[in-house]
Design a protein around this ligand. Structure first.
Ligand code: PEP
Ligand code: MN
Length: 368
């Protein structure tokens, strides 16, 4: 089936999951063509992704090959038959891809979606075009910002809009580069039952070895496709080197992934109870990660107290913690007695850890 036909069917709610794969950035004609040929040979890919304009967090990082890379992507298309998708971050980018008519779909990146003015400008440029648009989630876990970006693109008359879940910048580094916070894409799907949501496991994982487990989780949550970063030689990649799969790694992952087939009772969605359970699971994991971060700080305090000869327990500080947390709990609709129990448990464990650290340091003679 021709790729644009497949895309239209997919937006209409039918067909297999949409699979997008390709390098983070288009670096050279040889790199994109070689990657695309290997990806096409897997028979698993619909669209070839690569960024040609790269919004980077830090100046001095590779910021993309620019408009000239559109010719490389034309070559990818003619030599492999794969569809083409790239990132647009300004009206000029939209003009360039629309004029070229090689690109079958565009995406708005997390940094762009974080700024409503940029989204507004891009939406205006997309108005009157028929190009399908993917809207990644913003950097922060702000569901209204994501919702607003989708609404702005829809308001411009774009008919084919989908969302991409790529995780959220963490307050503390955990195993993944970006926090999945699965409850957010689930809530987005509740807000927009007709908008397909796919997952970008590469930017969530931040590590090639962790991409398959994130991709499987996305399918377990009935997401409707994947966008995966794949590079012909990941270690030489000019951006996101650590998280890109080789084409062989991608093929192996696709072989193992289990895609839930919607049944007639379950027309593409999990039932509500299951969705709520997934939300609880995701929140519980975040609670555990936050507690671990809190214990990490306790350990550092234990070291400090030992070196400065301060006792582990300081009563006024503890009473202050209890008082402020109970008040904060109350303001959030939690029973103060429940918050008191929770804080006592945390405090007990924190004291245990601090005492352990101090004893270790003392036995090594590192503090008095
Ligand atoms: C990308 O897809 O390479 C990218 C820059 O993604 P994000 O906007 O999700 O960070
Ligand atoms: Mn990337």
């Amino acid at each position: 089936m021709e790729v644009r036909e497949f895309i239209a069917d997919w937006f209409a709610g039918t067909g297999d999951p949409l699979i997008i794969a390709g390098p983070c950035s288009a670096e050279s004609e040889a790199q994109v063509v070689a990657t695309a040929k290997d990806l096409a040979a897997t028979g698993r890919v619909h669209l070839f992704r690569s960024g040609i304009w790269k919004p980077r967090s830090r100046p001095g990082s590779f910021s993309g090959a620019g408009t000239r890379a559109l010719q490389w992507l034309a070559k990818v298309k003619s030599e492999t038959g794969l569809g083409i998708v790239t990132e647009v971050a300004s009206p000029l980018h939209v003009e360039a891809v629309v004029k070229d008519n090689i690109t079958d779909m565009v995406w708005l990146g997390a940094r762009t979606v974080s700024n409503p003015f940029s989204v507004e400008d891009i939406a205006a440029a997309l108005s009157g075009t028929a190009i399908p648009v993917l809207v990644k989630n913003p950097l922060s876990p702000d569901i209204d910002l994501w919702t607003g970006a989708i609404e702005r693109i829809q308001a411009a008359g774009v008919k084919m809009v989908a969302a991409v879940h790529r995780g959220f910048s963490p307050f503390e580094r955990t195993v993944y580069r970006n926090m999945p916070k699965w409850e957010i894409p689930i809530e987005l799907r509740r807000r927009f039952p007709d908008i397909p949501v796919i997952c970008d496991p590469s930017h969530i994982a931040g590590d090639a070895a962790l991409v398959p487990e994130v991709a499987q989780k996305a399918f377990d949550l009935n997401m409707r496709g994947l966008m995966v970063e794949v590079h012909i030689n990941p270690s030489a990649a000019l951006s996101d080197a650590g998280q890109q799969l080789t084409p062989a790694g991608f093929a192996a992952m696709m072989e193992k992934l289990i895609v839930r087939k919607p049944t007639t009772d379950d027309p593409g969605f999990l039932n509500q109870l299951e969705e709520l359970r997934h939300q609880i699971d995701s929140i519980d994991y975040q609670i555990v990660e936050l507690i671990a971060a809190r214990m990490g700080v306790s350990v550092r305090m234990g070291e400090y107290k030992c070196r400065n000869n301060v006792t582990v327990l300081q009563m006024e500080r503890w009473l202050e913690i209890l008082r402020t947390r109970m008040a904060h709990g109350k303001a959030n609709g939690l029973e103060p007695s429940f918050v008191e129990m929770l804080m006592k448990l945390l405090h007990q464990e924190s004291i245990r850890k601090q005492t352990e650290v101090m004893n270790n340091l003392k036995s090594n003679g590192e503090c008095g």
